[in-house]
Design a protein around this ligand. Structure first.
Ligand SMILES: Nc1ncnc2c1ncn2[C@@H]1O[C@H](COP(=O)(O)OP(=O)(O)O)[C@@H](O)[C@H]1O
Ligand SMILES: [Mg+2]
Length: 258
């Protein structure tokens, strides 16, 4: 087991945003946490990363308190939830990817041949090698997310954590991004992602957890996505149908998504 949360409660000042959440992430799994905006998804990831401390409950990552992971921290690749990147963001793609090595390089040492090789492999794996000299701010949403994924992979993680990886990415690019994540998972990378986008993730992951402050359902995608809990969580009737490989969610428009 790589991650274990046991009855974790998190509050920001007096507001409880996670309540008694228990969750296990096993080595080799590909798990999606889904839930509406404000459900506590990003907070859950921050708990796992040791950035937010629970008021109750215990967290173990690689068997340790994530706030004291030390060198094991490098075994976690993190793709944070991105706001739109400034169009004038000055860093080149190759520099952004090399930032993924800082955990290993340290901030002062120059990148070694091994660092450069790891960054090169990460760019190749994510298909952004040809963009190496482009400024990050110049990229499409799909390209940008691949670069941020390359940065996370550059540290050669055992656990990959992604927060809304398809935000700002168009539909075809989203599909190919998830295909890439699925291939990385097949090659042995334990993957945990969060998304409010119920429909797309289901075709690619092998477990779904529904979160809305509490965990409301947990299981294989086909079990969870037809569930009463999910419909309640989104406050409307949710119907799935299969179109190609990806299940799509259809909802009554006025009641739900704007
Ligand atoms: N640093 C913070 N201080 C106070 N409240 C926060 C902070 N971060 C998030 N929140 C609140 O906690 C709740 C859960 O936020 P978040 O974990 O970002 O949800 P999600 O990622 O599912 O949209 C929201 O109501 C949000 O406004
Ligand atoms: Mg979030």
């Amino acid at each position: 087991m790589i991650v274990e949360l046991d009855r974790v409660t998190v509050a920001y000042r007096t507001v409880t945003v996670l309540e008694e959440v228990s969750l296990k992430v096993f080595r080799g799994s590909f798990l999606a946490v889904i839930g509406p905006n404000g459900a506590g998804k990003t907070t859950l990831l921050k708990v796992i990363l040791g950035l937010v401390r629970p008021v109750e409950g215990t967290v173990r990552v690689f068997g340790r308190d994530p706030r004291h992971l030390g060198a094991e921290r490098r075994a976690i690749g993190y793709v944070p939830q991105t706001a739109a990147v400034d169009r004038h963001f000055p860093l080149r793609v190759a520099d952004v990817v090399m930032m993924g090595r800082y955990g290993r390089i340290g901030l002062v040492r120059r990148p070694s041949a091994a660092d450069r090789e790891a960054a090169r492999r990460a760019m190749e794996r994510t298909g952004v090698t040809h963009l190496a000299n482009s400024p990050l701010g110049r990229l499409s949403g799909g390209q940008r997310q691949r670069v941020l994924l390359a940065r996370a992979l550059a540290c050669e993680p055992e656990l990959l954590i992604l927060d809304e990886p398809a935000a700002g990415v168009d539909v075809p690019a989203t599909e190919s991004l998830y295909e890439l994540l699925r291939d990385l998972h097949k090659d042995g990378l334990t993957t945990l992602l969060v998304s409010h986008d119920v429909g797309v993730v289901a075709a690619f992951v092998d477990g779904v957890v529904c979160l809305n402050r509490r965990l409301v359902a947990h299981g294989r995608p086909e079990e969870v996505l037809g569930s009463e809990e999910l419909a309640q969580m989104y406050g409307c009737a949710a119907v799935f149908f299969h179109h190609g490989r990806a299940p799509h969610m259809v909802v009554a428009r006025d009641e739900c998504w704007s």
